[in-house]
Design a binder for this molecule. Structure first.
Ligand code: GLV
Ligand code: MN
Ligand code: MN
Length: 421
């Protein structure tokens, strides 16, 4: 099929990415735009205006996902759509491109497809998911809400004192959290989902490929570990008479870290967030809650490490392990991977097939039987989730071009997807 009329504009994509990076920008080049914070709300308004300018019909669902739709000029408008998407929120003190690239490139791809004059046989959607990074709870909130996959009560939970629950943030933006169920859609509304993202690691740079074709996304298992002690006066209580919850937590942290290292090179584990109560210079910590996540392509390795960690936690007095959720551990659709590969061949672009150690909303779709694909571009020095996150503009344009090309190929072919539903 001849897709040469589709011409992504690098300048336009760069301008969008730089404009978006102004929302929540910090002096060191980093971004503070956690989900549904003021900076995020402003960025979302700005992006919705760009989507409307591009001719999309835009609305927000009950989970605050932003949905932009382009109906085909001819043919049924209620046919299953091909969706592209990512997220607009960022980790605290994060970078400018994680998520932002996917939504801006998705927009640019749709603009380029429209401008090409090629027929668009399927409806196209641009999806901007809410709280992919997990400011409120466990991450990939918007895509899980879209398919009724939220955990019981999760919208009312928060990760600690001073941190908002999703229900609170939704109310703050004028939404009724009691209606969250209205965000649910049927998987049959989707013919395919595609996401372009920065790689967030060093592989593409090291092999010199501007495009990564993602074969699968790691299994991510998330937990809280809690320790309880007894708070008391930090000046008057002798050391041998203390029950310090943070000291117990520290023992668990180092034991878990050692266990993950022993489990081998194919698995990683991180304790990344601590809530210490009451939390003062002069009070012995009475309780600690810490987050733990384990990631691996190998589910069996995750299960075996889970058992070891359970033993570690059990061996500490008054400590508890609470599993929160397990997501990912998915493979991408082989036909979509081949279509991306074909686009790369036709454009003369070198590519590399690889796994993703990072989580994405794209994890939500394959278990529902929705054919899913992901395209990566390199990030400079493999850096991500930090202010130093950088890309090369030409790689962003190539990524958007491959995305547009793949979308129109999928839309135009009667593809035999490897459906599991
Ligand atoms: C998202 O960036 C994740 O990998 O958790
Ligand atoms: Mn991220
Ligand atoms: Mn991301």
């Amino acid at each position: 099929m001849d897709t040469s009329a589709i011409k992504v504009k690098e300048d336009r994509l760069r301008k969008d990415l730089l404009d978006l990076a102004r929302f929540g920008e910090e002096p060191d080049g980093g971004i503070m735009r956690t989900a549904l914070s003021d900076a995020d709300l402003e960025a979302r308004r700005w992006f919705q205006a760009r989507m409307r300018e591009a001719g999309l019909r835009v609305h927000e669902d009950a989970a605050a996902n932003i949905i932009g739709r382009l109906d085909p000029a001819a043919g049924p408008t209620d046919a299953p759509c091909i969706a592209v998407g990512s997220h607009i929120d960022a980790v605290p003190h994060g970078g400018r491109f994680d998520g932002a690239l996917g939504i801006c490139a998705g927009l640019e791809a749709i603009r380029a497809i429209r401008e090409s004059g090629l027929p668009i046989p399927s409806p196209l959607e641009l999806l901007v998911f809410t709280d992919e990074e997990g400011r409120h709870f466990a991450g990939t909130f918007g895509s899980r809400a879209m398919f009724n996959l939220l955990i019981e009560g999760e919208i009312h939970r928060s990760k600690g004192t001073g941190k908002p629950s999703m229900a609170h943030s939704l109310e703050r933006m004028g939404k009724d959290p009691g209606r969250i169920g209205e965000a649910a859609r049927s998987p049959s509304e989707f013919r395919a989902y595609l996401e372009l993202h920065i790689e967030q690691g060093p592989v593409l740079e090291s092999v010199g490929a501007p495009i990564g074709i993602v074969e699968g996304i790691v299994d991510i298992s998330r937990y809280f570990i809690r320790t309880k002690g007894e708070s008391g006066h930090a000046g008057t209580t002798p050391m041998h008479m203390r029950d310090d919850a943070l000291v117990k937590a520290a023992r668990i942290i180092t034991a878990v870290n050692d266990a993950v290292i022993l489990a081998g090179p194919d698995i990683v584990g991180t304790i990344g967030e601590l809530k210490v109560e009451p939390g003062a210079f002069n009070i012995i910590p009475g309780s600690v809650q810490m987050s733990l996540e384990i990631r691996s392509m190998k589910k069996a390795a995750v299960q075996s490490l889970h058992e070891t960690i359970q033993e570690i936690v059990r061996s500490v007095d008054n400590a508890r392990l609470e599993p929160i959720l397990s997501k990912g551990g998915v493979v991408m659709d082989p036909t979509i991977m081949d279509t991306i590969e074909l686009s790369c061949h036709e454009q003369g672009i070198h590519f590399h097939r690889m796994g993703s150690g990072a989580g994405h909303d794209a994890m939500t779709f394959p278990p529902l039987g929705i054919p899913t694909g992901m395209i990566f571009i390199p990030c400079v020095n493999g850096k991500s989730h930090c202010p130093d996150e950088e890309i090369r503009w030409e790689d962003a344009a190539v990524g958007a071009q491959i995305l547009a090309d793949t979308v129109i190929r999928i839309a135009s072919q009667q593809m035999q997807f490897n459906k599991t539903r």
